[in-house]
Ligand binder design. Structure first.
Ligand code: FAD
Ligand code: FES
Ligand code: FES
Length: 1312
């Protein structure tokens, strides 16, 4: 350790500029350095654990050995700064900017409408940029692979892919992109189809414009001999040796010091588990770890290589050697394709992977089955250790001694007659740890089917990678035939014990998967034996992987009318107004605001008990820690300590009692985030448990634990109707909750103005007025001293309303108490733990119907799990009842809804506000009717749909004409009838794969049913140069409300959109507004903006008349001279909606938005894996104000619905702790979940007299259409069940995860 007390100097480049850092703390990541030190805030924090891609940057390094430069994408949140000596970093700011020139990647993603809230966009841009640096003409597969690790919660990925695919060579020759047709439905004339974007206008890619690799770094690598580097931080020292001997010495004297390579295992341990090692050793410059040596047995590969390079090395070897020698290499390549994301594979090393000894590792089972071994070195010398069942001891533990260093791995060549395969099943196809993963190898003597050797390893079966020893013993030396295999299955079942307590649960599914994989291996072996002419006359089902090729999709919308002026943007596909700033990283989000002098960071301390009395809060340890300033408790609140919702008080900081794990008890203030977080975990709270907590809806029902009032809505005479129907069926479905997973976590910055108790609040809030009012009440100051400002939100989906208000109040108390600026930005895990999400639902129903499918009566009871506080749960229950009918005219209908009070974190508003859940219950009821009658479910839907002038169950007249038009058009566009036949034929021909098809409608009431919330206001200022500044009540959270408002202003004032600017939403410009929600933002604010513009246009009339040929600017100047006010407010009352719950009638919605969606899936019945092959949506958005924004909302909502109904699963511990607190555990849809063909059609010639320019609200309605995938899966499962003689209704809860699907398919392997 050569360095002095402060450590060595780190030298690297960022965006072409040299950075020399003298004091590098090994705990500092590249992300925090970029954001906090260099103020490069384009790179975003989304999760901190490598799971979301928001922090993607490109690293470039010079390799002196072959004088080449390599570029690779990385997650800056996991990359320790001290690993970057000699590297060049490129961030989104480094590739282009609006001040200079935007990069084609930035331009294309933005102009293809691939950026909504924009929080994911810089990461997307950098993943794609890095791909293009390495491969200027990538294939579509290269693109989807590059974007595997980049999550987007808004767009649904289709527009991002479409923007990126313009770089593909084959696309460059294709004229049918966007608006072209390829989906196999009836051809439309592309001439008549307007395009979402015009790729002919795109900047060409010009690689000569890219930043060059810094010559100084090349010189440094070529000339200076590398030295050991030492970096010292507050708690940790990192030593980076160059020579293997030195590494060995270091490890010998510090056997417990970890070797830090890719940091993808260690990093999450440091961050999420609070692990601290005083010394870490970074051997990334030790050359022996990066060698490849071929021998006669196989290839020795250095353990320092990242997995992406291992993949490239194996690919090269496969080209070099005959197929029979590369069986293992190919199986490894296949598994490597599925390990993590591109960013993870670019840094995670083979050595780190093996030594992490993760029981779910994808590589260890196949390495072990393939007879690999490792070569290690220590002070005792070299040794070779086989990677076998003795190697892995338990999670994170191997037989190696702590001081041993793994230098290389031997990957053997396969032999003639040897077959190696790997299989895995994970909660998401890509970037997800497997539930079960396996490596299997069998060796036959040439020309025989007798097994000479066999090796089968599994991951996900217990605490370590494990060999199926007895199963292998059952197979070896016996012929590979049905008898051997059937005994092998029996032994395998007994061999692995899956107790219900197995980490990760899913015991039954895991058992079924182990058997299914052996069966799949059997199919492959039989195919091979047939190819080798060892067996004949056996028909073997070819289990091809599920299809994965993304096709061109259609987005169809109407041209604006012929007479519309060219300058009038209404009805045109205009890009999101800040898409370019978002793509260049210039767009500012709350946490991007610069730090002010003396600013403090606030970290929350939350309850670790579900139901307990607080005995004591001991903050003494926390206060002793470095940088800690204060601790805020309820006692510090000068004003109201609670917030009231639906008549129930919610404490902002718990004082005497807690009612869920995650409830906020107090908050720690410190000089930095790291200090605040460390101190928060040092606060000790002692509790005394109270009565048994309630977690489930069932328990709440048993103990009558509800938030009142419980609501009921009824029409007709349900009891009488049940007596007269042909058939009665009772059923139930559970719909799980959903995490908002907005990409930007909750963020608040409070600035005390230090005069007259004035506070400025910058918040990522959907409802600035709610924040303002709540803070003023909390601080006991008038509302006129508090202003709340919202520039934009990185996604919200309903989750940045109630909880943000509470967080803003706590942060304001801290700012009030200390008189300092205070920032609170939640970690992803905290955000998920504290803020709740969509209400889980239990729906039970009794349905009475005729043999012809007509439903005459339904009695439906819905229970929601509201959690520990009422929040908006009563309103959610009400909205549920108002959508009880979905699209169906059920003459005798009764619904009851209850919000259950439990000891889980309280649930809150979420896009759709209960409608997706209740609509799923009713569609399941319909599906049960179809299955009972053995009639196609689409026919049952059709028979029961509203037709002609209709009356809802709360007695509102409406015309379902557009609903029926959507239905008919969707059937036609999706070729529903012919595909139904094709699906049935496919199912007859395939035993283990099934297809399913479904078509689902939605009728969605727009606006708030509480009329007061429908009002809105705006302020429009015209300045002397003719530019216009607009402020309105809506917040921009990706849904494009600002873009649409600019369009409104442009039309009303007859000026180009470029003259109109919307800076922020603020309560001091426009007061007393309501939350942006209920798909009502454009309707409400559009009317207010229009009102203000009309006032101004009217005021300009005299000057226009005086100079009719004048320009806009000349009129504005004249108006100033004539002392005409150029500032106007606008107001809209909005509809006076209401519902009278006693009379069970009212006028809750001014109109309905309709949509119909058809989806087809292909299912692997053995694993429960599925792929959405095609989706067609027809949506009635009235006269779309902006088709690109509306289509974006439809696609994004659909994908969020697909997540809700098929993937996203919240898991709690038995004591009520949320386990799923990050993207590693909670899977939202990724690029790999995009329907292969995803077609959107906006219903033409639809009018709506109730909203601006005849448009319709669309933010929420199509989320439910994601359930079409759920019901297509259900259709496929029904076909699988038929194979084993099962028919009729069956239970499949939502989400339809692989586990539920696989078990519902009832294959023989799932029945064991
Ligand atoms: C978001 C994410 C997704 C992932 N997805 C998957 C997946 O789908 N499937 C899967 O199998 N894995 C997955 N992983 C795990 C990943 O493959 C491992 O974390 C990674 O391979 C570890 O390598 P590393 O270089 O980052 O190790 P580090 O974190 O740097 O080190 C890990 C451990 O290995 C030890 N070590 C490292 N090198 C050596 C050596 N040469 N000799 C002795 N000890 C050594 C270190 O001391 C340390 O204890 C994922 C990880 C993340 C973060
Ligand atoms: S913030 Fe780095 S991957 Fe999510
Ligand atoms: S645009 Fe991708 S997360 Fe919002």
């Amino acid at each position: 350790m050569s360095a002095g007390a402060t450590g060595d100097t780190l030298c690297f480049f960022v965006n072409g500029k040299k950075v020399t850092e003298k004091h590098v703390d090994p705990e500092t990541t590249l992300l925090s350095f970029l954001r906090e030190k260099l103020r490069l805030t384009g790179t975003k924090y989304g999760c901190g654990g490598g799971g979301c891609g928001a922090c993607t940057v490109m690293v470039s390094r010079y390799r002196p050995a072959n004088k080449s430069i390599c570029h690779y994408s990385v997650n800056a949140c996991l990359l320790p700064l001290c690993q970057l000596h000699g590297a060049a970093i490129t961030t989104v700011e480094g590739i282009g900017s609006t001040k200079t020139r935007i990069h084609p990647v930035q331009e294309r993603i933005a102009k293809a409408h691939g950026s909504q809230c924009g929080f994911c966009t810089p990461g997307m841009v950098m993943s794609m940029y890095t791909l293009l640096r390495n491969n200027p003409q990538p294939s579509l597969e290269d693109i989807t692979q590059a974007l595997t690790g980049n999550l987007c919660r808004c767009t649904g990925y289709r527009p991002i892919i479409d923007g990126c695919r313009t770089f593909c060579q084959q696309e460059a020759n294709c004229c049918q992109l966007n608006g072209g047709t390829n989906s196999g439905s009836k051809e439309e004339n592309p001439e008549e189809t307007p395009l979402l974007f015009d790729k002919s206008q795109f900047l060409p890619i010009d690689h000569t414009q890219e930043l060059i690799f810094p010559p100084e770094l090349i010189l440094m690598a070529e000339t200076s001999s590398p030295q050991t580097l030492t970096f010292r931080g507050e708690r940790v020292t990192c030593v980076s040796p160059v020579l293997l001997e030195e590494l060995v010495q270091l490890k010998t004297s510090n056997p417990e010091a970890p070797l830090i390579m890719g940091n993808t295992k260690l990093g999450p341990d440091f961050k999420f588990k609070g692990v601290v090692h005083p010394l870490i050793i970074s051997p990334i410059r030790v050359l022996e770890l990066f060698e490849v040596t071929e021998t006669t047995h196989g290839v020795w590969v250095g353990t320092g290589f990242p997995l992406s390079e291992i993949w490239a090395i194996l690919k090269k070897l496969c080209r070099q050697f005959p197929e029979e020698k590369t069986e293992l290499f190919r199986a490894l390549i296949q598994q490597l394709r599925n390990v993590g994301s591109q960013q993870i594979c670019n840094v995670a090393t083979l050595g780190g992977h093996i030594m992490s000894a993760n029981p779910n590792s994808d590589l260890n089972p196949i390495l072990a089955a393939g007879n690999c071994s490792v070569s290690t070195i220590s002070s005792g010398g070299w040794r070779e250790v086989p990677l076998n069942q003795e190697f892995f001891l338990s999670f994170g533990k191997t037989v190696l001694r702590p001081e041993e260093i793994v230098v290389s791995v031997l990957i053997p060549f396969s032999r003639k007659g040897e077959l190696v395969r790997a299989f895995r099943q994970a909660p998401r196809k890509e970037c997800a740890f497997a539930t079960i993963t396996t490596g299997m190898r069998v060796l036959f003597s040439e020309g025989f089917r007798v097994v000479e050797d066999v090796s089968i390893y599994f991951g996900g079966v217990g605490p370590k990678t494990a060999k199926a020893v007895q199963t292998c013993a059952t197979i070896v030396a016996r012929p590979w035939n049905a008898e051997t295999l059937s005994q092998a299955y029996e032994v395998l079942v007994k061999e692995f014990d899956f107790p219900p307590s197995i980490p990760g649960g899913k015991a039954e599914f895991r058992r079924s998967l182990t058997l299914s994989f052996l069966f799949k291996f059997n199919l492959e072996v039989l195919q091979s034996l047939r190819k080798m002419n060892v067996i004949e006359n056996i028909v073997v089902e070819n289990m091809e992987p599920l299809p994965g090729e993304i096709q061109l999709s259609q987005q169809h919308f109407q041209h604006v009318s012929k007479g519309q002026s060219d300058q009038d943007p209404v009805g045109r596909a205009i890009i999101h107004s800040s898409a370019i700033s978002q793509a260049t990283g210039e767009a500012i989000y709350c946490d991007d605001l610069p730090k002010t002098d003396g600013e403090l960071f606030l970290s929350l301390v939350t309850s670790s008990r579900a139901h307990a009395k607080i005995i004591n809060v001991d903050v003494s340890d926390a206060l002793l820690l470095p940088g800690v300033v204060d601790v805020i408790t309820a006692k510090d609140i000068p004003g109201k300590k609670t917030r009231m919702f639906s008549g129930y008080d919610e404490e902002m900081l718990a004082q005497t009692q807690v009612s869920c794990i995650g409830q906020i008890v107090c908050a720690v203030l410190a000089d930095t985030r790291a200090h605040a977080r460390r101190a928060a975990s040092a606060v000790n709270i002692s509790y005394e448990d109270l009565s048994e907590p309630i977690f489930t809806i069932e328990d709440a029902i048993k103990r009558s634990s509800y938030f009142e009032p419980r609501r009921k809505l009824e029409r007709g005479n349900v009891e009488e109707a049940f007596k007269s129907v042909d058939l009665v069926h009772e059923g139930a479905i559970r719909i799980g909750g959903q995490e908002h997973f907005y990409m930007e976590t909750q963020s608040i910055l409070v600035l005390p103005v230090r005069e007259q108790a004035e506070f400025k609040i910058y918040a990522s809030s959907q409802s600035p007025t709610s924040v303002q009012i709540a803070v003023s009440e909390t601080l006991a100051i008038p509302a006129n001293r508090v202003s709340c400002h919202v520039k934009r939100l990185g996604g919200a989906f309903g989750g940045k309303f109630v909880k943000t208000v509470i967080l803003a109040c706590i942060t304001s108390v801290a700012a009030w108490k200390t008189n300092c600026a205070v920032r609170c930005v939640l970690e992803r895990g905290e955000d998920m733990l504290i803020t709740g999400g969509r209400h889980p639902v239990l729906g039970k129903y009794k349905v009475g119907f005729q043999k012809d499918g007509r439903i005459l009566a339904a009695d439906i009871q819905i229970w929601t799990n509201a959690g520990n506080a009422v929040d908006v749960s009563i309103f959610v229950a009400e909205k549920i009842l108002l959508h009880l009918d979905n699209a169906y005219n059920i003459p005798n209908l009764r619904g009851r809804a209850a919000a259950c009070r439990t000891n889980l974190p309280s649930n809150t508003s979420f896009r759709g506000f209960g409608v997706p859940q209740v609509a799923c219950v009713i569609e399941n009821l319909i599906s049960d009717v179809g299955l009972t009658l053995q009639r196609p479910v689409d026919q049952v839907r059709e028979i029961n749909m509203y037709k002609g002038p209709s009356l809802t169950h709360y007695k509102v007249e409406f015309s379902p004409e557009n609903l029926l038009r959507c239905w008919d058009e969707c059937k036609a566009k999706s070729d529903f009838c012919s595909r139904r036949i094709a699906v049935d034929t496919f199912n007859e021909q395939n035993r283990w794969k099934k297809r399913g098809l479904s078509i689902i409608p939605i009728k969605y009431g727009i606006a708030f049913s509480e009329g007061v919330m429908n009002q809105s206001a705006a302020l429009v200022n015209i300045y002397q140069d003719g530019s216009v500044l607009v402020t309105h009540g809506g917040t921009e959270m990706g849904q494009g409300v600002h873009t649409k408002m600019q369009q409104v202003v442009s039309r009303e004032l007859h000026i180009p959109m470029s003259k109109v600017y919307i800076g922020e939403t603020s309560t001091n410009a426009v007061p007393n507004t309501f939350i942006s929600a209920a798909s009502f933002g454009t309707d409400a604010n559009g009317m207010a903006v229009k009102n203000a513009c009309q006032t101004l246009y009217q005021r300009l009339e005299p000057v226009r008349q005086k100079n009719p040929k004048g320009t806009w600017e000349s009129w504005v100047s004249a108006a100033v001279m004539e002392k005409i006010s150029l500032s106007a407010t606008g107001f809209s009352r909005g509809p006076d909606s209401y519902i009278d719950w006693d009379k069970m009638e009212g006028q809750p919605f001014p109109y309905f938005t309709y949509g119909v969606c058809c989806s087809e899936v292909e299912l692997d019945c053995l694993t429960g894996d599925y792929r959405t092959m095609r989706t067609n949506i027809v949506a009635d958005v009235g006269q779309s104000l902006n088709p690109s924004v509306d289509i974006g909302q439809i696609e994004g909502a659909f994908m969020q619905g697909l997540g809700l109904f098929t993937m996203e699963e919240l898991k709690f511990s038995p004591c009520g702790l949320l386990y799923t607190r990050g993207p590693s555990q909670y899977k939202i849809p990724a690029v790999c979940d995009l329907p292969l063909s995803f077609n959107i059609h906006l219903l033409s010639d639809s009018n709506n007299p109730h909203a601006i320019y005849s448009s319709k609200g669309i933010g929420e309605p199509t989320l439910f259409l994601g359930s079409s995938v759920f019901f297509a899966i259900k259709d496929a499962v029904a076909a699988a069940r038929k194979e084993v003689g099962l028919s009729g209704p069956f239970s499949l809860d939502s989400p339809a995860t692989a586990e539920r699907i696989c078990l519902a398919c009832a294959s023989p392997f799932a029945q064991v």
